[in-house]
Design a protein around this ligand. Structure first.
Ligand code: UDH
Ligand code: MN
Length: 348
């Protein structure tokens, strides 16, 4: 009899526990649902963070649940105006930049090859920044030091490509930029291309390194031209093109060897294809250029100016559709992708 009472008592105890357990579970589930619903509302109204919805008891059926589990969290689009911009910048070239330190500083923010994506939003601007280059390592250090944080604050999805001319032949900025366009597209499906001299640093981060409705001239106010344009149609220094705009003009000319003229030729290409120039204003468009002399094998070429009256005739058979070069080497580090190309340069 005593045994019987004991058994009954433990059965009762078990029943009480099970009932309490079930009750607590129901309470918790309804709490989760409320959180999930309010999270969902937040995600709709303030698209500033990802919401991963809790799965317990929220989904009406298994299929819905499975879909939710396999769908990656979607980042909200970055705002039209990047919120972290600071405006005017102090830019000086009177100190040493240490590339190792700079690499360390960015090793967690940049992906290999000088590649960046904003961590908490999806950028609308997938930009390849392309620099024509030969033997200007000192300038490149400053460029990297100043530009990476600017491009990050602009919330661009970007990569930096330094296109290095192989050998001692005559320099050809425009042909290097064409090669950079092709090489960048081999890496990712970039939609926008910013072409920059290695020695130009913007003095205002509101000068956006992105693409606009028309080809854009960004370097409108260089210090060496007293922070203005040297002439109205000047297109030198830094410019941006969407893929469409660039292909419409057949890229840059490949035939401007030595210094001068290739930027005026591009201007002619833009106008003759019915486009106009986009530009920032003179306040935002200020630049500092690192002081330098003419490089060896990049002397002003008097032939170049004479070619400008023929741009309209020659442009469709001189550019992207006739570009020939060979890639010699591709090196990637934290800060940039360095591509050495043989562009079949004549030796002077
Ligand atoms: N570049 C190189 N290496 C060269 C030549 C040119 O990297 O040997 C690249 C570099 O990105 C440079 C760009 O091509 O910024 C344009 O060349 P540049 O800087 O020589 O052109 P810029 O118009 O030079 O600035 C004018 C000559 C300055 C002499 C003035 C003396 N008072
Ligand atoms: Mn220069």
């Amino acid at each position: 009899m005593e045994n019987m009472t004991k058994r009954l008592f433990s059965l009762l105890l078990a029943f009480v526990f099970i009932t309490m357990g079930a009750y607590l579970l129901i309470l918790k589930r309804s709490g989760d649902n409320k959180d999930a619903i309010s999270d969902r509302k937040d995600a709709n109204s303030v698209p500033s963070h990802n919401t991963v919805l809790p799965l317990n008891g929220f989904w009406s059926n298994e299929t819905e649940k499975k879909t939710a589990v396999t769908t990656l969290p979607v980042l909200p689009e970055c705002p039209e105006e990047p919120p972290e911009l600071v405006g005017p910048l102090l830019v000086e070239f009177n100190f040493m930049v240490n590339l190792d330190d700079l690499s360390k500083e960015y090793k967690d923010t940049l992906q290999d090859g000088g590649r960046y994506k904003p961590p908490d939003c999806k950028s609308k601007h997938k930009v390849a920044v392309i620099i024509s280059f030969r033997n200007r390592y000192e300038h490149l250090k400053y460029w990297l030091h100043y530009l990476h944080p600017i491009l990050m604050r602009q919330q661009l999805d970007y990569g930096v490509f330094v296109i290095n001319q192989d050998g001692e032949g005559i320099f050809n900025r425009a042909k290097l930029l064409n090669a950079g366009y092709v090489e960048a597209l081999k890496v990712d499906d970039y939609e926008c291309f910013v072409f920059s001299d290695v020695d130009l640093v913007p003095l205002d981060d509101r000068n956006l390194y992105r693409c606009f409705d028309n080809p854009r001239h960004l370097a409108v106010g260089m210090d060496k031209f007293n922070f203005g344009l040297p002439y109205r149609n000047f297109f030198g220094g830094v410019s941006s093109f969407s893929k469409n705009q660039y292909m419409k003009i057949n890229g840059f000319s490949n035939t401007f060897w030595g210094w001068g003229g290739e930027d005026d030729d591009v201007y002619n290409r833009i106008i003759s294809k019915g486009m106009s120039l986009s530009r920032p204003n003179m306040v935002i468009g200020k630049y500092r250029m690192i002081k330098h002399k003419h490089d060896l094998h990049n002397e002003p070429n008097p032939v170049n100016a004479g070619k400008l009256s023929k741009t309209r005739i020659t442009m469709d058979s001189d550019g992207m559709n006739t570009l020939k070069y060979t890639v010699k080497k591709i090196e990637k580090n934290v800060l940039y992708t360095f591509i050495t190309v043989d562009i079949e340069a004549p030796i002077k």
